[in-house]
Design a binder for this molecule. Structure first.
Ligand code: 9MR
Length: 507
C-alpha cells in the first residue's frame, strides 16, 4: 500500500509537470488600436502626440526627448512576474536604439526601470521583449522610449503583457519539505523583497519552509545608512548608522508566522558601500585605519544586533558573519578592502565582534561556495582551523550553487565529509542546481543530483542545522535561464522537488 501511494505521489506530479511546461503564459493585455488609443497617452512635457492608424498601430510624433513616449497605466500585482513584448518601427534613422521601460511610483514618487532593449533598423518592425516583477509601488506605467533618437517619430503594435498562471499547491496537497525533514534539520529558502508582496506565494512558502534568508536585504548595501553615518562621522569616525526598511517586511512576516531567519551577511567583499572603508564615509577621501574600520564594524554589528533583539527577539537565529573570504584560485584570503585595511586576521576579528554583540544562542557561520573544489576547500579548512580555537565560530555554510554536470556528487560528498571532520555545525545555505534546458532528461538529471546531495547530507543530520534552497520558483532565481530550483516558473513541483522529498526515488 505504501509503495502504491509513493508511486502515485511520484507519477501524479510528473503528469502535472508535463502539462505545465506545454502551457503558454496567460495573455493579460494585447493592444488593439482599431477602436482608439485604448488608454495610451503621450508621456511628454512638450508637443508629442499619439495617433492610431487603420492597420492597428499607434504612432507618436512631435518628440523632443528620448523619454517622450507612448505609455499606459497597468494594474500590476506586486510580486508577480510579467513578460512583455512590443513591435516597433521607425522611418527616420538608419537605426535607433529603443527601450521598454516602466515608470513605477509609490505615494507620487516616481522611479524608472529599463526592462528590455533592441536596435530598430529603418522601416523594419522589430520586437522588443522584457520581463518585470512588480515591486512595492501603487502605480505602474509601461512605455516605449528611445536612447539615441530623441526626436524620431515611431510606431508600436502588438503590445503584450503576459504572465505565467501560478498555481501554488495548497497545504496538504503536496508534502511540506519542513515536515519531511522535521526532527533532522530545518528546510528553508532565500526570499527577496518583491516576493513578500504576493500573499499567495508567501502562504505557499510558509507551508513549505521553516527558515528563510533575505536574498539581498540584510547585506551592508541595504543595512548601512551611508548618509547618516557620514553625518555622524563628522564628530565620530567610528560611528555606523543602520536602517532596516528593506528587510522589515521579511522580519515582520517571519515573526508573525513563526519562521526562523538566517542573517546574511555582516562582512563581504561585495554589496558593501565603498564609503564604509573611507574617512568621513566619503569614497573620495583616503581609506580609514585598521582601528577605525574595526571600530566601525563593531558599531555596525552592535547596532544591528540591538535593533533585532529589541524588535524581533529570537527571530534571527544565525548569521553568516563572513562570506566568501577565500580566493578560488589560490585558496588564500581573497583581495578585498577588508584584507587591505585590517590585515590577515580580519575574519577572526569579525567573528570576535559578532560574538560580543549577538544575543546568546545565536549561531555564527562562515559561508562560502565551491567547497567541493580542492584548492578552495584546503583554503577554507585552513581558515576554519585558525578560527575554531578562538571559540567564536559555530559552523560552516556550504552555498552549493552547483551545475548538474559539475562538480561530481563524489566531490560534493568528500567536501562535506572533510568540513564535517572539523566538528563545526553545518548548514547548506544557498542550494541550487543548474541545467541547460527544460527537457525531461535535464529535469531527471537535476532530480538525481538533488537526491544524491540530500542523501549525502542525511549522513550528517546530527551536525546539520538547515538546508536552504536559493529561491523557490525558477523564474525568480538569480540563474533563471538555467532552471535551478525545485518549482518551475508556474510554481509546479519539478522532479527535483520529489527527489528532495524522497531521495531514494531518484537515485
Ligand atoms: O541572489 C543574490 C542576487 O539577487 C544578487 O544580485 C547577487 C549580488 O551579488 O547576490 C545574490 O546572492 C549571492 C549571495 O549573497 C552570496 N552567494 C552567492 C549568491 C548568488 O550570487
Amino acid at each position: 500500500m505504501r509503495k502504491l501511494l509513493l508511486l502515485v505521489l511520484i507519477l501524479f506530479p510528473l503528469l502535472l509537470f508535463t502539462n505545465a511546461i506545454c502551457e503558454e503564459n496567460a495573455v493579460l493585455y494585447q493592444s488593439d488600436f482599431s477602436s482608439g488609443s485604448d488608454g495610451w497617452y503621450a508621456r511628454s512635457t512638450g508637443g508629442a502626440r499619439l495617433k492610431t492608424t487603420q492597420d492597428g498601430t499607434l504612432a507618436i510624433t512631435g518628440r523632443s526627448d528620448n523619454w517622450h513616449s507612448p505609455g499606459r497605466d497597468f494594474a500590476l500585482a506586486q510580486g508577480v512576474r510579467y513578460e512583455l513584448s512590443v513591435q516597433v518601427r521607425q522611418s527616420e534613422k538608419a537605426q535607433a536604439r529603443f527601450m521598454f521601460s516602466v515608470a513605477h511610483s509609490l505615494g507620487g514618487f516616481e522611479s524608472y526601470e529599463n526592462l528590455g532593449s533592441a536596435t530598430v533598423k529603418k522601416d523594419e518592425w522589430t520586437t522588443i521583449t522584457g520581463s518585470y516583477t512588480a515591486g512595492l509601488f501603487d502605480r505602474f506605467v509601461l512605455y516605449v522610449e528611445t536612447s539615441d533618437a530623441p526626436s524620431a517619430g515611431f510606431e508600436i503594435r502588438d503590445f503584450r503583457v503576459t504572465s505565467a498562471e501560478l498555481v501554488f499547491a495548497e497545504e496538504e496537497t503536496i508534502p511540506a519539505l519542513k515536515d519531511v525533514y522535521a526532527g533532522r534539520f530545518d528546510f528553508g529558502t532565500a526570499v527577496t523583497f518583491s516576493e513578500l508582496f504576493n500573499a499567495e506565494r508567501m502562504a505557499f512558502y510558509a507551508s513549505q519552509f521553516n527558515i528563510m534568508t533575505p536574498g539581498n536585504e540584510m547585506k551592508p548595501d541595504y543595512i548601512l545608512d551611508v548618509f547618516k553615518s557620514a553625518q555622524l562621522a563628522k564628530t565620530d569616525e567610528t560611528a555606523a548608522a543602520v536602517r532596516f526598511d528593506s528587510v522589515k517586511p521579511l522580519l515582520d512576516y517571519a515573526k508573525v508566522n513563526g519562521i526562523k531567519v538566517h542573517g546574511h551577511v555582516l562582512v563581504w567583499h561585495q554589496q558593501t558601500p565603498e564609503a564604509f572603508f573611507h574617512e568621513g564615509y566619503s569614497p573620495a577621501k583616503p581609506l580609514v585605519s585598521r582601528e577605525v574600520l574595526l571600530a566601525r564594524l563593531d558599531n555596525y554589528v552592535k547596532n544591528i544586533m540591538t535593533y533585532l533583539d529589541e524588535n524581533y527577539p529570537g527571530v534571527v537565529v544565525s548569521w553568516d558573519v563572513v562570506n566568501e573570504a577565500i580566493d578560488d584560485g589560490s585558496g588564500k584570503l581573497r583581495d578585498s578592502k577588508w584584507l587591505t585595511i585590517v590585515g590577515e586576521d580580519y575574519v577572526a576579528r569579525a567573528f570576535e565582534i559578532a560574538r560580543r554583540h549577538a544575543p546568546e544562542g545565536t549561531l555564527l557561520f562562515y559561508n562560502d561556495y565551491n567547497t567541493a573544489i580542492l584548492i578552495k576547500q584546503m583554503g577554507i579548512l585552513n581558515l576554519l582551523k585558525e578560527l575554531i580555537p578562538e571559540g567564536n565560530i559555530d559552523g560552516y555554510g556550504f552555498q552549493m550553487h552547483h551545475d548538474v554536470s559539475f562538480p561530481s556528487t563524489m566531490q560534493i560528498a568528500e567536501s562535506v565529509r572533510r568540513i564535517a571532520e572539523t566538528g563545526l555545525k553545518l548548514r547548506v545555505s544557498e542550494l541550487d542546481v543548474t541545467i541547460p534546458d527544460m527537457s525531461e532528461e535535464s529535469y531527471a538529471r537535476q532530480a538525481k543530483m538533488y537526491a544524491q546531495i540530500m542523501n549525502t547530507l542525511e549522513l550528517y543530520k546530527d551536525q546539520l542545522l538547515a538546508v536552504q534552497v536559493w529561491g523557490v520558483t525558477d523564474d525568480l532565481s538569480w540563474r533563471a535561464s538555467q532552471y535551478p530550483l525545485l518549482f518551475d516558473g508556474k510554481a509546479q513541483p519539478k522532479p527535483a522537488f520529489w527527489a528532495v522529498v524522497d531521495p531514494s526515488s531518484s537515485l
